[in-house]
Design a protein around this ligand. Sequence first.
Ligand SMILES: Cc1cc2nc3c(=O)[nH]c(=O)nc-3n(C[C@H](O)[C@H](O)[C@H](O)COP(=O)(O)OP(=O)(O)OC[C@H]3O[C@@H](n4cnc5c(N)ncnc54)[C@H](O)[C@@H]3O)c2cc1C
Length: 527
Amino acid sequence: MAGRYDAIIVGAGHNGLVAACYLARARWKVLVLERRPVVGGACVTEETFPGFKVSTAAYVNSLFRKEIVHDLRLADYGLAFLERNPSSFTPFPDNRYLMLGADADLNRREIGKFSTRDAEAYPRYEAMLERVASVVEPMMTMVPPDIVRPGLGDGWKLLQLGRSARKLGAALGEVMEIMTGAARPILDRWFESEQLKGTLATDAIIGAMASPSTPGTAYVLFHHVMGETNGKRGVWSYVRGGMGSLTQALAQAARDLGVEIRCGAEVARVEVGDGAVRGVTLAAGDEFTAPVVASNADARVTFTRLVDSGMLPPEFIEAVGRINYDSASLKINVALAEVPDFRACPGAKAGPQHHGTIHICPDQDYIERAFDDAKYGQPSQQPVLECTLPSAVDPTVAPPGQHLMSMFVQYAPYKLRGATWDEMRDPFADRCFDLLNEYAPNFKRAVLGRQVLAPVDLERIFNLTGGNIFQGAMPPHQLFSFRPVAGYAGYRTPIRGLYLCGSAAHPGGGVMGAAGANAARVMLRRR
Ligand SMILES: Cc1cc2nc3c(=O)[nH]c(=O)nc-3n(C[C@H](O)[C@H](O)[C@H](O)COP(=O)(O)OP(=O)(O)OC[C@H]3O[C@@H](n4cnc5c(N)ncnc54)[C@H](O)[C@@H]3O)c2cc1C
């Protein structure tokens, strides 16, 4: 089987699909090849338990770009974001709790239970993040300037960045700290109550092999407050029908634009001749030709497994070899007969405590200790749990009366010392369940089924090197003009016609769509 296309996209993650749509809108003939039986990559819904719509990997949205929803008319394809209100619930061992959300009065009352000073500081903290976001957010849709071989255009971009940074005035120092520093000293300066700081610090460690006192975690925290839902900044939502509804909507929009999508089609090789891309060959042997190939796979997979590394400059291969893929995130999807009934906030029916993210993380020291275990190659004795119950807001994801839980767990290091994940997967999941059961004593008996995805499973299922959920860690030296490597942050690669279009490139991980849209813009400039 063979075919000629204007562009081939390797991988139908949400970014690959976004790129395909924008190319097809410009009348390119586009083929998308996905190795899994289903489109979506890490943004997918699967019926893991009969009757349940499980968001296997990603589970909440706020980062997805609203201009893409608009351009591709995704609402017409059934995409709907369901706000979570309140958005966060943290039960504590002393049976108190903290609830947070978009409602300023609720936040003042809730934080005031622990500290009046913090209740007053919180709106100012949010306003500070908003100020930083006003400068950083426009960078998400920018093609980062090349700082290794800057041309005129790159100089102009740097000048523009300097200009918008000037708007911040004296706040620039604060921005630099957020972009490069650790989350903990920032939270310690703003607030005194450990209950609030512990809850806020969980955003700083999502997907990171780092604790809140590690430099670089302030940006991870910030990255997670930069999005919006239905025009409300920082508000996270469920996608009706699970996260896969987003990628199903994208896939249908793509098909309507003429894109051909093939699943179960693993690309084994990107074909290169005379320094330019020629097409791809599937593991099954089929060949497809195109002058443009965009890889939605991560940089390590793309440049060491799909492309013959002899075709690439040695210093580029070295730089790709230096990319940090450390990971310590594990996901457990749980089918439940009933909602967890929390000692701190009793209720056998779905209530506000079940709407948002349920944090099992009493304070920042708890996170530090959990990370200490991981540093020495052990899963945390007392892990940090982020649980969500989409079925409490979206009844379509579970059979009537039953519930679905996403349990996102840290730290579960990819590289274990003295054990394998085959040995540790179930005992560690049991430890997580025991922990949640201390807070909600009906939890374990309500479990109908579970799917445990250790970092090695995320690597195997989604082709994510090291199980890193962001296709590469997000410390400052792996962001913007340095993502995936300095000199190649503009979605181009050393091979003519070969591009990256996924979260391996700027602006990194999360269901955002910006990488796919930015990469498509760069590809379209070829003509
Ligand atoms: C467990 C987990 C939880 C997360 N939670 C959230 C969350 O709640 N909210 C959020 O915003 N983000 C979350 N993220 C991050 C987010 O899901 C990812 O950053 C995002 O989905 C990446 O999208 P992508 O299109 O760039 O790449 P991917 O989703 O990684 O897609 C790449 C695609 O390429 C395919 N592929 C790879 N190699 C080949 C090949 N050789 N041939 C053909 N196809 C290939 C893969 O199968 C995959 O479908 C989470 C990620 C994980 C893993």
